[in-house]
Design a protein around this ligand. Structure first.
Ligand SMILES: Cc1cc2nc3c(=O)[nH]c(=O)nc-3n(C[C@H](O)[C@H](O)[C@H](O)COP(=O)(O)OP(=O)(O)OC[C@H]3O[C@@H](n4cnc5c(N)ncnc54)[C@H](O)[C@@H]3O)c2cc1C
Length: 581
């Protein structure tokens, strides 16, 4: 079945919905609105954006003085100077406007006593270029992402955006290097659909499911990154994966950094507030990479709780009213999953795989750029966690992903809307979904002894073991060997479900293929980068090495191999400095 649109947006999280709103706002010369379809494997309001708890950073200055220049400095420094400063400047300037735009759309932010949007401190956010913590995170209790997603979805419905819910995109259609559309499986029927379009925007979110202990939802399998990578487009800075300090022990479920923003403290086995030793100034509100490393160090040195591999997040000294009013959802999680009341007892936590700093390289208008010279591929866009603009550099600051999806969702949607107005429709390539049909057939008809679920579990356990907070050449090399074995097993996988309708096992097999490719890229790039910067910490190369490694990594698929290239970092205002907090 073939559908024809001006543009297709893949993904209905914050980035995809914001892009859809913008793209459908533009008027074409004939006065008609571009025809835009949003395809999502999930019902839109189930997208991971809806789980974001803590807040969205913007220098509104509602509770105390703040400036976007301070936000910019914090983002550059927080990312260990790997972020592109032209893009970071755009993000921090436009954050202010976009938060007000969300407010005007009706987003129910928490309020200050005088009715302004309330703001709270978050890791790495400071005033006057690092002097002291500042209140910059705008929030709606600990349901900020939920409110953003609901608000944007309502606006999209109001504006008449066309949705294809529960359509799983499995390929990008290109012809002679030009975008022609996408191929997608309709989950309810198993039918393969072709969407012809002048432009495609990927907003498919993260890939945290390559790890066992992760805060990421089951569906965060990096499909968009995987699809474009297979089509010859490079991925950028994939060695940088963020581990959030406070995942619920053994489950990885997130406890927002907002808990520390409200005064929560991390403690070791002897009750010591150990972050005082690692970051004397910002303490528990140091950036995530530093706190996660400090936690691993405490655990390794035997100061985990009861000698085990977890620590305590202590909220018991806070006013119970603050916990109930400002952190209601996490109180609920902790009660549900651990049977603990955080008002009375500390929460067992360990670092959890959280966020991909790397992704599909784009410029600040969301155009996908495919080489070292930043050449755009006309008609191809990406935004949100699957993209790498790069504003987060080597380590993302808390609250900056929601800013990223909103600011760059808006900019890319606008650019996409303008692009489709000025470009003529182009025909589909011959047999557009032939390759996909073959791949799905192979998966569906496989007769081998292997199960998708057991390969996935092995991948996740090994990645958490060998490629997480601390890395060494030896372990990464071993991980590459493990991956070769897992990929061979994947070729011999057979499905138990041979049907068409709601065949989730088939789609999980497709997702696992993406995860295996992305893990290979992550590990290859991590082995290649012989320094420690941001979230990428090599124990065998413990120092940041600006002389040799002040550059972005690009990774291309070449058969079974990963080919690596580099791209310069854009510096405008802030030269790299030592990173102390
Ligand atoms: C628990 C948790 C809490 C967080 N808290 C915060 C916070 O407080 N502040 C902050 O700044 N950041 C936070 N983050 C990070 C932030 O929420 C995400 O990075 C961001 O929301 C990603 O938005 P997105 O639009 O890029 O993708 P998502 O919201 O993940 O949406 C992805 C979309 O792509 C679709 N999709 C994926 N693959 C396919 C496919 N093959 N075919 C069709 N559709 C597909 C999905 O259906 C979905 O609609 C948090 C993340 C987690 C996991």
């Amino acid at each position: 079945m073939t559908h024809t649109f001006d543009a297709v947006i893949v993904g209905a999280g914050g980035a995809g919905l914001m892009a859809a709103l913008q793209a459908t706002r533009g008027q074409s010369p004939a006065g008609t609105v571009p025809k835009v379809a949003v395809l999502s494997k999930l019902y839109p309001t189930r997208s991971h954006t809806g789980t974001a708890q803590g807040g969205i950073g913007a220098a509104l200055g509602n509770s105390e003085e703040d400036r976007w220049e301070w936000h910019m400095f914090d983002t550059v420094k927080g990312g260990d100077y790997l972020g592109d400063q032209d893009a970071i400047e755009i993000m921090c300037r436009e954050a202010v406007d976009t938060v007000y735009e969300l407010e005007h759309m009706g987003l129910p932010f928490s309020r200050t006593p005088d009715g302004k949007i309330a703001q709270r401190p978050f890791g790495g956010h400071t005033r006057e270029f690092g002097k002291a913590a500042v209140r910059r995170a705008c929030y709606a209790a600990d349901r900020t992402g939920h409110m953003i997603l609901q608000t944007l979805y309502q606006q999209c419905i109001k504006q008449g955006v066309t949705f294809f819910d529960e359509f799983h995109v499995v390929d990008l259609l290109l012809d002679g290097g030009a975008v022609r559309g996408v191929a997608a499986v309709e989950i309810a029927t198993g039918d393969l659909h072709t969407f012809a379009a002048k432009a495609v925007l990927f907003a498919t979110g993260g890939c945290g499911r390559m790890f066992k202990i992760t805060s990421n939802a089951l569906t965060l399998t990096g499909d968009g990154m995987g699809v474009v990578y297979r089509r010859g487009i490079p991925l950028q800075d994939m060695e940088f994966f963020q581990f959030h300090p406070t995942g619920i022990y053994k489950m990885g479920i997130l406890i927002t950094e907002g808990a520390r923003g409200e005064g929560g403290i991390l403690r070791n086995n002897s009750g010591e507030r150990f972050m005082e030793r690692y970051a004397p100034n910002l303490k528990d509100l140091a950036p995530r990479d530093m706190v996660s490393r400090a936690m691993h160090t405490e655990i390794r040195q035997g100061r985990g709780i009861g000698g085990k591999d977890y620590l305590h997040l202590d909220l018991t000294h806070l006013d119970p009213q603050v916990i109930h009013d400002k952190l209601p959802d996490i109180t609920d999680f902790v009660e549900t999953y651990l049977g603990i009341d955080p008002v009375k007892a500390p929460i067992p936590v360990q670092p959890t795989a959280h966020y991909a700093m790397g992704g599909i390289p784009t410029n600040a208008d969301g155009e996908v750029v495919i080489d070292e010279r930043r050449t755009p591929l006309p008609g191809l866009y990406a935004a949100g966690e699957c993209a790498c603009v790069s504003v987060h550099g080597g380590n993302r600051l808390g609250t900056n992903s929601l800013v990223d999806i909103i600011v760059f969702g808006r900019r890319s949607g606008k650019a996409l809307g303008e692009y489709v107005k000025r470009s003529a429709p182009a025909g589909l390539p011959a047999d557009p979904e032939g390759q996909t049909r073959e791949r799905l057939k192979r998966l569906r008809e496989g007769r081998g002894p292997e199960r998708v679920s057991s390969i996935r579990e092995a991948l996740q356990a090994e990645m958490t073991d060998k490629a997480s907070v601390f890395r060494t050449a030896g372990e990464l090399q071993k991980m590459l060997e493990v991956l070769t074995g897992l990929k061979a097993r994947y070729e011999k996988a057979a499905l138990q479900d041979r049907g068409s309708r709601f065949n989730m096992e088939l789609l999980e097999a497709f997702e696992l293929g993406c995860l295996l490719d992305l893990a290979q890229v992550t590990v290859t790039c991590a082995l290649n980068r012989q320094e420690s910067r941001g979230a990428h910490c090599r124990e065998d190369f413990p120092k940041r090495d600006d002389a040799n490694w002040f550059k972005h990594t690009l990774a291309w698929k070449r058969g079974d191999r990963v080919e690596i290239g580099y791209k310069p970092v854009v510096v405008t205002r802030f030269q790299p400095q030592e990173r102390k907090y």
